[in-house]
Ligand binder design. Sequence first.
Ligand SMILES: C[S@@+](CC[C@H](N)C(=O)[O-])C[C@H]1O[C@@H](n2cnc3c(N)ncnc32)[C@H](O)[C@@H]1O
Length: 281
Amino acid sequence: MESEENKALQRTHYDDITLPIYERCLADESALVGAGLPQRYMKVHRLVEAYVDEQLGSDHSGQALVDFGCGWGEWACYFATLGFEVWAQDISEGNVKLADLRAQRNNLDVRIHTSDCTATEFPDVHFDMATGMALVHHLTLEEEQRFYDEVYRVLKPGGYALFKEPLKEMAWFRRVVELVPVRDKRNPRPSRLSPQWKAYAAQEHEPERPVSVAHFRQAFPPDKWDVVRVVPTGLFSRLDRLTRHTPTRTAIHDWDYRVFHRMTFLRKLFRNVIVIVRKRA
Ligand SMILES: C[S@@+](CC[C@H](N)C(=O)[O-])C[C@H]1O[C@@H](n2cnc3c(N)ncnc32)[C@H](O)[C@@H]1O
């Protein structure tokens, strides 16, 4: 797919979903207050926080972070609560409005812009850390390379970039996972076995290009980047869709992230990968 076509698809897909939600949130003064800040039960948040601290220390005052493809602003606001000066961007105006409202309603200073992550107006060599959460798999291969060039431009020498991406699934595993319905208010999904499945499967879903662990091991030219970590994460946490009960979800996530590093032989089944690279000084 061509870049312009992909960008238009991404923008429209997210604007269609988000602009009506933004209008509803605007009308309801209690909406977004405290929401998603941070989703503590999700071990992946704590894991990301631990990796960020490992690279930059735990005092983030005076450190600047930019979140690319910020979506509804959960991660950007989360990083602001950790003490970073946070800048963020997204291609969808609806997402940016919602992220901005979330920041305002939680008294967080996050500077958010609508732009394309491959060509932003962020200042050169300003940031200690750049993040992209579930963004890369929405880019074409060629956009992905331009995105890394943009991240390189805005990072200080020795600065870090952290990406968290869903992994490409094996077809048979996908089919097994799809047997379990998702009872999510925002994004419900019927089981493959239910009569509603056919209609659901025929709908248009997120435009994406799933990626593999091997892809990230090769994506960063060694004259520009040191690859610090490529960590597949999350296996049993796929089962969190079975319950909305927060303590049970916490337990599943905790167990998962405690044992995952011993189960590398199952790496093809992992849910996400966390990639950390450092701009060569
Ligand atoms: C799956 S969402 C992830 C949102 C957020 N990072 C999170 O983890 O909740 C992917 C996001 O990438 C954004 N996106 C897609 N293409 C983009 C581009 N070229 N530049 C900036 N953002 C883009 C979409 O608008 C969407 O908000």
